[in-house]
Each structure stands twice: as C-alpha cells, then as structure tokens.
Design a protein. Structure first.
Length: 319
C-alpha cells in the first residue's frame, strides 16, 4: 500500500519572512520578464516585417509564449508520473530560436548583444520557476535525488563516483542516507578484514559479500552478551573453511529465521515511536530493524499513513 500524497513531504513550512520575499520576488520577476517579453516582441516583429511576414506580430508571440507553455506541460507530466525525456529540451530549443532572432535583428554588435539579452529575462524567469516547482515535486514524491557536494568530488573523486553509482543503481535519493550506508559498509568491511585477515574476501560467504556490496551489512556491535563475528547475521550461512561442508544444513536455518512483513512492521512501530515524521525513510527503517529493501519501503508507507491518519494500532500491510 502507499501512503497518502499529503504525508510524503518533509519540506519545512515557509515562514512569514520567506512568504514576503517570495511574493516580492514573484512580482519583480514577472515585471522584469514582462519587459523582456515586450522588447523581444517589438524587435522580432519589426524584423519579421522586413523579412516579408504578412502578420509579423505572430512570430515572436508564438515563440515567446511557447516557452512557458511547454515548461508547464513538462512539469505537469512529471507531476502525473508520465515524464518525457525530450519534453524538457523544447523550451531550451525555443529559447535558442528567440535569442537568435533577436540577435539577427540587430544592426551592430552592441545592438545584437542588447537584443539577444532581452528575451533571456523572460526565459530565465520561466526556468527558475520550473526549477523551483520541479524541486518541490521531487521532494514531495521522494524521487528527487540529492546532489553530492562538489568539494567531495574534488577531494575524493573515485570514492565519490562509487557513492554516486550506488545511489543511482539502488535509488537512494537521500545524500545523508547514502553516506550513512557507506559508513556502515566501510565499518563492516573493516570488521571482516579484522576477523579473517587480508584474504577476507575468500574466507567470507557469498551472501555476506552481497550484503556488504549493497550496504546492508551492519558493523559488529559491542560484544557484551554474545559477540557477532564480523557483524554477520547469525541466520547467515557459516563463514570459513567449514562453510562448504555445512552449506546444506545452514539453508533451512536461514529460511526459518526470515521474518514476515507483519513482524517487521510490529518491530518498526516500536522502534520508530519517537521518531519525527521526516526520519521515516526506507533506509533508516532498514538499518533500524535489519530488514530487506522491499519490506522497508512497505513499512515506511504504512508508518507514514499511520502518522497522517492518526492510526497507530496493528494494521495489515501488503508487500
């Protein structure tokens, strides 16, 4: 099941100062964009009359108004979860056309620069508004992937590329969650190397290596009751030279230790009782209750729905 659309946002509300600044920026932006649109209309209309157009005013009107129209269409397609990859390039193509027509209408270099700059006022306003709206849509739906800091690309390009690759492959949209998973992966890798030595890859079973690659292998905890060697789940197959001999006997144990979705949901409700709403993400839940990605997404949607509707009791959930 999926949570209601109103419960998916974790954006902070706008303060009074933010709303005042937003209104002022909108009014001034529309004014500046309107001036640029009017100047572009006059310039291209005059040039179109010289070029032999019977209705010269229709040329700039159609091109300049098509830019925000196709921008809005692209945003609506994203909002309805029907994006078209090429639709976002239509406003850019029309921007290039209107700038070129304004430049061609100039008679000198200064006139060409001035005429080419005026339509950019209208175009930049449309692009900024589209970016803000698209960012809000991505934040609400949880599909907008956060960007990695440029300083990290500069200081550690190889490891940053690996981090970006994992975020892209496994749809990790939160940069902080990706860093937390990478930190846990590095700690678990250090535990395995400390347990098995330099040839830890050869001495570690395949399931553990896959979990490590996915970033879902938790590091070893403090060894107070019973230490877990290498941070490996006790339900996992044995590690070491005897693994091949005991492989068949370990499979039923691993299957019997697999929890149902209702069990994971019950434990997640107890663990996340004091969490704020914005912390109810699939990655945080998966790390807190040690479950799979599919279960964590289903539990996340159910918990968010509970917070939205005020329902906190047992509730059936479909995977």
């Amino acid at each position: 099941m999926s949570a209601p659309e109103t419960g998916r946002t974790d954006l902070p509300p706008l303060s009074r100062v933010d709303r005042v600044l937003l209104v002022a920026a909108t009014v001034l932006g529309v004014g500046v964009g309107g001036v640029g649109l009017a100047m572009s209309f006059d310039t291209v209309s005059a040039a179109a009359a010289r070029w032999g157009f019977t209705t010269p005013g229709m040329l700039p009107l159609a091109i300049d108004l098509a830019i925000p129209v196709f921008t809005v269409i692209n945003l609506l397609l994203i909002r309805m979860d029907m994006p078209l990859a090429w639709a976002r390039f239509v406003p850019w193509l029309l921007t290039g056309v209107t700038c070129w027509l304004n430049i061609a209408a100039g008679t000198s270099l200064s006139a060409k620069v001035a005429h080419g700059t005026m339509p950019l006022l209208w175009v930049v306003l449309s692009e900024v508004a589209a970016h803000v709206y698209a960012a809000r849509i991505g934040a609400v739906t949880g599909r907008r992937m956060e960007k990695i800091r440029r300083s990290r690309w500069l200081l550690a390009p190889l490891s940053t590329f690996t981090l970006w690759r994992r975020m892209t492959l496994w749809e990790i949209t939160s940069y902080s969650d990706a860093l937390a998973r990478e930190r846990g992966r590095q700690l678990a890798r250090a535990d395995l190397r400390s347990e098995h030595g330099r040839r830890w890859r050869a001495k570690t079973d395949r399931r553990t290596r896959v979990l490590l690659k996915l970033g879902e292998l938790a590091p070893a905890a403090d060894p107070e009751p019973v230490p877990v060697p290498g941070g490996v789940d006790p339900a996992a197959p044995p590690v070491g030279p005897k693994a091949s001999a005991r492989k068949r006997s370990a499979k039923p144990a691993a299957k019997s230790g697999r929890r149902s979705l209702d069990d994971v949901l019950t434990e997640a409700r107890a663990v996340t009782a004091g969490w704020p709403f914005e912390h109810l993400t699939a990655d945080r839940i998966r790390q807190a209750v040690s479950c799979g990605a599919a279960h964590s997404r289903a539990v996340r949607d159910t918990l968010r729905a509970d917070r939205t509707t005020g329902h906190n009791g047992p509730r059936a959930v479909a995977a």
